[in-house]
Design a protein around this ligand. Structure first.
Ligand code: T1G
Length: 695
C-alpha cells in the first residue's frame, strides 16, 4: 500500500487506515490506493469484515478542495463509494474528529458507522457554493429521512456524534479506542452471517417521506438563499431522492455539482475558504513564535461594545473582569449581557447550563488594580484620544508585565495610543465589530512596535473566541471603515441627483448586501455620524437636517425611513423625499433618473479603489485579506467573494474605465484610479500577484 493508505488485520477483520495530513482530504494520491484496498479486501476470502479508519486528528474532512477546477483524476470519489457499497462483507467506518463532505459521503458507502463520542459529522459543501457531489444528497435522506437530511445539507453545520446516533446516521458510539470498538462491531456483524443492506437499499424512510412537508421546508430555506444557487440545488437534489430512482437521482446530483463547481459563486466561496486561512498567516509571525498564555481577560467599558467583547471572551471560556467608572454602569452592562444570553437560550441556540457557565466567568470592578492579574485587557471606551490616554496611562500602571493592552478603537492611531504607555510592544488594536458577541471579524491593528508574540497571541485567541482575524496596519479606519467611507461618500449625492433612499438600498440588496446604506444608517443611528461630523466640522446635506429634526433612525421611529408602530420595517417617507428635493433645488441640481449600475459604480467601485490604495500602502498584506474583512465585518455577499475578488469578476479594466469617467465628471479623488488598479487593468493581471509588505 502507499503511505497514504495502509491495511492491517485483526484476525478476519481488515482495517484500512487513511493517512493524509492535515485533514485526510481525499486527494488523488489517497483515492487510487484506497480503490485498490477495497478491491483487494473484497476479493480476499480470509477477510470477513472491513473497518475504514483514519490516522491523525480527524476522519476524512472532505474531497481535496485544491483539486477543484483541475481535470478530475479517476478514480473519483463516486467510483470509490460505488465500489465500497457493493462489498457484501460488513463494512464499518470508524469516525473521529470531523467527518465532513466527501468524508461523510465515503462513510455512507459503508454498511455501518461507529463514531468517537467527540466526533462531528456534516456536509458543509453548501458553504463552498456546492452541494454534496458524491451521493450525500441521496444516501443521507435514505438513511435519516429527507427532512432531517435537508436541514444538515442546507445549513452545512455539522452535528454531534450523539445527534448522529439519535438520528440513525451512526450505529454506535465509542467512549474510547474507536478502532478497537469498530473492529469488534465489524466482527460481530460478520458473525451474524447475514447479508447487510447498503444505504441505497434502505428505502423505508424515503417511502414514508411527506413530500408536501418537505416542499414547505425547502421553500422556507429557499427564502434565505439570497441569490445563492447552492442551497436551492441542495434542496432539489434531496427532493430527487424522494421522487426519482436512486441512480437517476445520483446522476442528477452530479449534474448539479458540475454546474455549481464551475460557477462564479462557488469560485468565490472557495476563494473565501482559503483566504480566511491565508489571513491567519502573518509575516514575521511564524509557527516558531509562541503565543502568550491567556488565562484571564479584562474589558474596560461595559457599554454595547465592551459588553459584547466581554461576551466573546466568556464564549471562549475565558474568565473576564469588566471595569467601569461606577457600579450603575457595571450593573447595566451585566444586565445586558445576561439578557443577550437569555435571548440565545430562548432561541434554543444555548442551554441554561451554558448560559450559567458563561455568567459565572464575569467579575466586575471600578478599580484598575483588579485588572492586575489579567493577561489581556481590551478598552472599549469613548472614541476620543484624550480618554484613551487616560485609560492607557492607568492600565500601564496597573497591569502586570507581559499583559497585552488592546484598544477597540475603530479608527484612531494605535501608535499614538501605544506611546501613552511604557510598553508599546504590548499594545495592539483589537477592532471588534458590533455586535461584538455576534460579528465574526476581528481587525488586529499592528502598531509599529507591536511585538510578534502579541500578534501570535491574538491570532490564536481569535480562534478560541470564535473570531476571524485579519491583521491590518495603522491608518484612519484601518481597512474596513476606511473603505466604508469610500463606499458612503457618494450616497447623499445620489439622493440629491435623483435617487430615492429605497432605490439606493434596493440596488444594494439586489447586489446581495444584507441591507443598503440608508437602512444601515437608520439601524446604527444617524446621531452617531452627526456627533462625529460636528466634532470634525464636517456636514451632511441630508443627514444633518434629519438629525436636527430628531430623526435618528429606528430608535426614534424616523430617519431616512419611517418605522411605524415600533416596526423595524422601513417605509419611504414623503417628508424625506421633499427635504431631498428642496436641498437639490437649493443647489441648482437638476434631478434625473439614476440607474442601479450608476449606484454600483459610485459606491462599490470607489470602495474597491480604496482597497487598492490600502494594498499599495501595505495596510493590508493581501487583497484576499480585504475580502475577509468585508465578508465577515460588513456582510459582503459571499457569492461574490469580497470586494477585491468581485473586482476581478467584474473586470478591473472596466472598473478603471468607469472610475475615470466619474473622476472626469466629478473631479473627486475617490474616483481617481489607484496606480495598482491601473497597472492591473493595463497588464490584465490580478491582485493575487500583488502582495504588499506585511501589514
Ligand atoms: N481540501 C483541501 N485542504 C483542506 C481541506 C479540504 N477539504 N480542509 C482543510 N484543508 C486545509 C486547510 O486549507 C489548511 O491548510 C489545513 O487543511 C488545516 O485546515 C465531493 C465536493 C476540517 C474543520 O468543506 O472545515 O467534500 O492553511 O486550518 O481549523 O461532496 O479545515 O494549513 O495550508 O481549517 O482544524 C468538504 C473544509 C469539501 C471541510 C479543520 N469539506 N475544512 O479545521 O484546520 S468539498 C469541507 C474544514 C467535498 C464532496 C465535496 C476545516 C476542518 P493550510 P484548517 P482546522
Amino acid at each position: 500500500m502507499s503511505q497514504s493508505v495502509a491495511v492491517s488485520r485483526d484476525g478476519a477483520v481488515a482495517i484500512i487506515t487513511i493517512d493524509n495530513p492535515p485533514v485526510n482530504a481525499l486527494s488523488f494520491h489517497v483515492r487510487e490506493p484506497l480503490m485498490k484496498a477495497f478491491e483487494t479486501l473484497r476479493d480476499d476470502a480470509t477477510v470477513e469484515a472491513i473497518v475504514l479508519a483514519c490516522a491523525g486528528r480527524t476522519f476524512v474532512a472532505g474531497a481535496d478542495i485544491t483539486e477543484f477546477g483541475k481535470p478530475m483524476q479517476r478514480p473519483d470519489l463516486r467510483d470509490l463509494i460505488a465500489t465500497l457499497e457493493k462489498i457484501e462483507k460488513p463494512t464499518v467506518a470508524a469516525i473521529h474528529g470531523t467527518a465532513l463532505g466527501g468524508g461523510l459521503e465515503l462513510a455512507l458507502g459503508c454498511h455501518s458507522r461507529v463514531a468517537d463520542k467527540a466526533a462531528k459529522l456534516g456536509l458543509p459543501e453548501v458553504k463552498l457554493g456546492l452541494l454534496p457531489g458524491a451521493g450525500g444528497t441521496i444516501r443521507l435522506p435514505y438513511l435519516i429521512g429527507p427532512q432531517k437530511a435537508l436541514k444538515i445539507i442546507v445549513s452545512g453545520t455539522p452535528i454531534t456524534a450523539g445527534e448522529a446516533l439519535e438520528g440513525g446516521l451512526v450505529d454506535a458510539i465509542a467512549e474510547n479506542d474507536l478502532v478497537a470498538v469498530a473492529v469488534e462491531f465489524a466482527r460481530a456483524r460478520a458473525a451474524e452471517g447475514k447479508k447487510f443492506s447498503a444505504v441505497r437499499d434502505r428505502r423505508e424512510k424515503i417511502e414514508k417521506a411527506d413530500l408536501e412537508a418537505f416542499d414547505r421546508q425547502a421553500a422556507e430555506l429557499a427564502k434565505k438563499a439570497r441569490g445563492l444557487e447552492a442551497p436551492v440545488a441542495c434542496a432539489q437534489s434531496v427532493r430527487n431522492a424522494i421522487t426519482l430512482p436512486f441512480d437517476e437521482a445520483l446522476a442528477s446530483e452530479r449534474d448539479f455539482f458540475v454546474k455549481l463547481v464551475s460557477g462564479d459563486q462557488s469560485r468565490a466561496q472557495r476563494h473565501l475558504f482559503f483566504a480566511e486561512r491565508e489571513a491567519a498567516k502573518v509575516a514575521g509571525v511564524g509557527k516558531d513564535i509562541a503565543p502568550r498564555e491567556i488565562r484571564r481577560a479584562g474589558v474596560i467599558g461595559a457599554g454595547t461594545m465592551g459588553g459584547g467583547i466581554a461576551m466573546s471572551f466568556a464564549n471562549g471560556g475565558i474568565p473576564v473582569t469588566l471595569l467601569e467608572m461606577n457600579r450603575e454602569a457595571l450593573d447595566r452592562g451585566i444586565a445586558t449581557i445576561e439578557k443577550n444570553y437569555a435571548i440565545s437560550v430562548s432561541r434554543g441556540s444555548m442551554t441554561e447550563e451554558a448560559k450559567a457557565r458563561r455568567m459565572a466567568l464575569f467579575s466586575t470592578t471600578t478599580d484598575y488594580a483588579d485588572l492586575a492579574d489579567c493577561d489581556i485587557v481590551v478598552e472599549a471606551v469613548f472614541e476620543d484620544m484624550s480618554v484613551k490616554q487616560d485609560v492607557f496611562g492607568k492600565l500601564d500602571a496597573a497591569a502586570k508585565p507581559g499583559t497585552i493592552l488592546a484598544s477597540n478603537t475603530s479608527y484612531l492611531d494605535v501608535d499614538q495610543i501605544a506611546a501613552f504607555t511604557g510598553r508599546p510592544q504590548d499594545v495592539v488594536g483589537t477592532h471588534f465589530f458590533s455586535p461584538a458577541n455576534v460579528m465574526k471579524l476581528l481587525e488586529i491593528v499592528r502598531g509599529r512596535k507591536t511585538a510578534p508574540d502579541v500578534l501570535a497571541t491574538l491570532l490564536s485567541l481569535s480562534k478560541r473566541i470564535g473570531k476571524v482575524p485579519v491583521v491590518v496596519g495603522v491608518c484612519p479606519g484601518f481597512v474596513g471603515n476606511r473603505m466604508l467611507g469610500a463606499r458612503s461618500d457618494e450616497t447623499e449625492n445620489l439622493l440629491l441627483e435623483g435617487a430615492a433612499p429605497n432605490q439606493v438600498d434596493k440596488a444594494f440588496t439586489d447586489f446581495g448586501w444584507p441591507m443598503g446604506p440608508f437602512q444601515m444608517y437608520d439601524l446604527a443611528g444617524l446621531d452617531i455620524g452627526w456627533r462625529n461630523r460636528k466634532a470634525t466640522g464636517k456636514a451632511a446635506v441630508i443627514s444633518d437636517p434629519l438629525c436636527e429634526q430628531g430623526r435618528f433612525g429606528q430608535k426614534t421611529g424616523r430617519g431616512f425611513y419611517l418605522y411605524e408602530n415600533g416596526s423595524r420595517t422601513p417605509t419611504p417617507d414623503p417628508d424625506v423625499e421633499r427635504l431631498i428635493a428642496d436641498k437639490a433645488r437649493e443647489r441648482g441640481i437638476e434631478r434625473r433618473d439614476i440607474s442601479a449600475e450608476e449606484i454600483t459604480e459610485r459606491t462599490l467601485y470607489p470602495m474597491i479603489n480604496e482597497g487598492a490604495k490600502i494594498l499599495e500602502e501595505g495596510i493590508a498584506a493581501r487583497a484576499s485579506d480585504i475580502d475577509i474583512v468585508w465578508v465577515n465585518g460588513y456582510g459582503f455577499p459571499i457569492g461574490k467573494g469580497g470586494p477585491m475578488f468581485f473586482a476581478e469578476l467584474e473586470g478591473i479594466k472596466k472598473i478603471v474605465e468607469r472610475l475615470e469617467y466619474w473622476h472626469g465628471r466629478t473631479g473627486k479623488d475617490a474616483f481617481k484610479p489607484a496606480a495598482l488598479l491601473k497597472k492591473l487593468a493595463a497588464s490584465g493581471g490580478s491582485f493575487s500577484e500583488k502582495t504588499a509588505q506585511a501589514a
